[in-house]
Design a protein around this ligand. Structure first.
Ligand SMILES: [Zn+2]
Length: 419
């Protein structure tokens, strides 16, 4: 049986979230096994808002519990979801990525790398590392990246001599500016800089490549799936089809290669939290082109993927918008409130409108509670400029209609004073 069907059977017999879907559609597991096109398409919004749990009860209490990797992701639309992986699944899932790294750049699991994570440095829980390396690579927080910290991190990276660095483009650009402005030397050990998590333009890539004196490589991935596609030296994003089963769909209708629409994914490895026909909210098409690099994966052309503006606090200072995600996580942890989704709109250099979707609306509308909320939120922003901001909170307990959800973003920058 193909792996996607094994995962399908597993998910629909073990997870109450998927079982509820079956009941709603009056289908049986055998209907789906016989005809894959009947398998429902799901998304993060459905999983976050569902009453049923996606994680099968069998894996909630498995003895593997102490061998768990837990990712907290706010996704491309600011909707929070925890994504657990077992170490064993994580290793099989990462293996096609390692094949690419090795094939194109000679990189091995044992090689030293640097990466950037979304937590503060004092509680480094980033997991860009491969569990097999058995060693902590040099990880840095994307929070509070002011010029002084960027300088310190750059020096640490130079001393560490990594073979590659994994970073979001917005962070890479901050470093490229720093290196360029100060005429800093490159890092001779570097084979490539892997860019992930955001769209990047050709011009921005050139800027990063000139600063770091090495190639940039695009990785398309998510916490739910790990790496979905890896860019070959010919500039094609090859699907890692031993890790994910990829379909392009218009709603529930499967489209042939060459047509553009929603990218729908089935993780072939995550058994702790199964994702079957899961739409990330990105759009793309599968190219009919053949590539000369020899990679067997089909070529993906991303046409619409995560895009976030930079926070612009003064004419020349840009901050990647990850700071908000962490501040919201702190509020959730310390107040025990549940935030399902957030979106931030910057309306001036120091003013922001924050919209929160929560199941705890009544509680958060209490004046005192809201003051606590604001205080914790603002204290946990790592960047001085953001701590000084004026925040207006809007609390919602209902999702806006599907149409008016501004899907691909968590943050909109102030456009009033463009350079
Ligand atoms: Zn290729």
């Amino acid at each position: 049986m193909e792996r996607e069907k094994e995962i399908l059977r597993y998910a629909y017999t073990q997870s109450s979230f998927y079982q509820a879907l079956l009941q709603k559609r009056k289908l049986s597991i055998e209907d789906l096994m016989e005809d894959w096109t009947k398998v429902p398409v799901v998304d993060r919004r459905q999983m976050v808002c569902a009453d049923e749990c996606v994680i099968p009860s069998s894996s909630q209490s498995s003895p593997e519990d102490n061998q768990r990797i837990y990712e907290m992701s706010s996704g491309s639309n600011g909707m929070f979801m925890g994504i657990p992986w077992s170490v064993k699944d994580m290793i099989s899932s990462l293996s096609p990525l390692w094949d690419c790294r090795n094939r194109y750049y000679g990189l091995k699991v044992q090689d030293k790398s640097c990466y950037f994570h979304m937590y503060p440095d004092f509680c480094d829980e980033g997991t860009a590392r491969d569990p097999r390396s058995g060693r902590k690579d040099l990880g840095f927080s994307v929070l509070g990246l002011n010029e002084e910290r960027i300088g310190r991190i750059y020096q640490e990276m130079c001393d560490y001599e990594p073979r590659w660095i994994l970073m979001p483009p917005s962070v890479a650009l901050l470093f490229a500016n720093y290196i360029g402005n100060g005429k800093k030397k490159g890092i001779p050990s570097l084979k490539c800089v892997e860019l992930t998590g955001e769209c990047v333009t050709h011009k921005q890539r050139r800027q990063i490549e000139i600063a770091f004196h090495c190639k940039t490589v695009n990785i398309y991935g998510s916490y739910e799936m790990n790496a979905i596609a890896y860019e070959c030296p010919e500039g094609h994003l090859h699907l890692l089809e031993d890790n994910v089963f990829v379909e392009i769909m218009d709603g529930e209708k499967l489209l042939p290669d060459g047509e553009e629409d929603d990218i729908v994914l089935t993780s072939l490895h995550n058994t702790v939290m199964p994702f079957v026909r899961y739409s990330l909210g990105d759009k793309g098409k599968i190219s009919l082109k053949k590539c000369s690099c020899g990679h067997p994966g089909r070529i993906l052309k991303l046409t619409k993927a995560k895009k976030n503006d930079m926070i612009r606090v003064e004419q020349d200072i840009d901050i990647p918008p990850y700071e908000f995600t962490y501040a919201f996580q702190c509020v959730m942890d310390s107040m025990g409130v549940e935030i399902l989704q957030y979106q931030v709109e910057q309306t001036g250099y120091y003013s922001y409108i924050v919209t929160i979707l929560t199941k705890d609306r009544k509680l958060l509308e209490d004046k005192e509670v809201q003051e606590d909320f604001k205080q914790i939120f603002q204290e946990r922003l790592c960047h001085d400029f953001l701590r000084k901001g004026i925040y207006t909170f809007r609390i919602r307990d209902e999702l806006p209609s599907e149409k008016c959800v501004k899907k691909m973003r968590t943050f909109w920058a102030f456009k009033g004073d463009e350079k």
